[in-house]
Design a binder for this molecule. Structure first.
Ligand SMILES: [Fe+2]
Length: 220
């Protein structure tokens, strides 16, 4: 039986927090100071118990062995999704002043929606799950579920835990908040357009084909 407190978490240091800010500079756009601080903290929690030193060390993949960037890393993905989500939010807010979208939640949700990936991508976890899927499941918890756990553990608002949980298939079981809907669509769009631009590895072609997307060859 694998007790979840089995791993020695690395200490969370100021240097680790600074690296999270450095890898995800859009954190600075979160207006609410406590929300911004806890978004940094949740990434530190995720990294401290994983084998990844920083966000930019996590591979640029949607799920292990699914969509995978040719170049770039997880920070590339998180930042792109956040900026697209913010564009969507700002477009609709500008279209009609009666529209109410929480901009802070869109930015924070974009930057933390995949905070469960250090867990799901961790080599030790993957080796254990692959060793006997009949015992643990493969994976035992996907990154949206583990990400929601981390958000709650970090004391983030339930709106953020909801975005982490429901940005992917898990969200099909419930009604998504408006901010979650925006992040989920931005996330899905990001991988599709990256694929169409030829930015993903050939291993992604089968999933792109299912979405009726053909990669355009890159220049040069
Ligand atoms: Fe994502």
């Amino acid at each position: 039986m694998n007790f979840l407190d089995r791993r020695q978490a690395r200490a969370i240091t100021h240097a680790m927090r600074a690296e999270v800010m450095e890898d995800l500079p859009e954190l600075a756009q979160i207006g609410n100071e406590e929300l911004r601080r806890k978004c940094v903290e949740v990434w530190c929690l995720a990294l401290a118990e994983s084998s990844f030193a920083r966000v930019s060390d996590i591979p640029g993949e949607s799920n292990p062995r699914q969509f995978a960037l040719k170049r770039g890393d997880q920070a590339t993905h998180l930042r792109g999704v956040t900026r697209i989500a913010l564009s969507i939010a700002d477009e609709f807010a500008a279209m009609d002043p009666a529209v109410r979208i929480n901009r802070d939640l869109v930015i924070a949700g974009g930057l933390t929606h995949d905070v469960g990936k250090p867990w799901e991508f961790d080599a030790a976890n993957r080796a254990r799950w692959a060793g006997d899927p009949s015992a643990t499941g493969l994976p035992s918890l996907r990154h949206p579920v583990y990400g929601a756990h981390l958000c709650i553990a970090a004391g983030l608002p339930e709106e953020l835990a909801h975005i982490a949980l429901a940005h992917s298939f898990e969200g099909e079981h419930l009604i998504r908040s408006l901010e979650c809907l925006i992040v989920q669509r931005a996330d899905h769009l990001w991988w599709s357009i990256a694929g169409g631009c030829g930015l993903l590895q050939p291993s992604s072609d089968a999933i792109l084909e299912a979405r009726k997307i053909v990669p355009r060859p890159l220049r040069g």
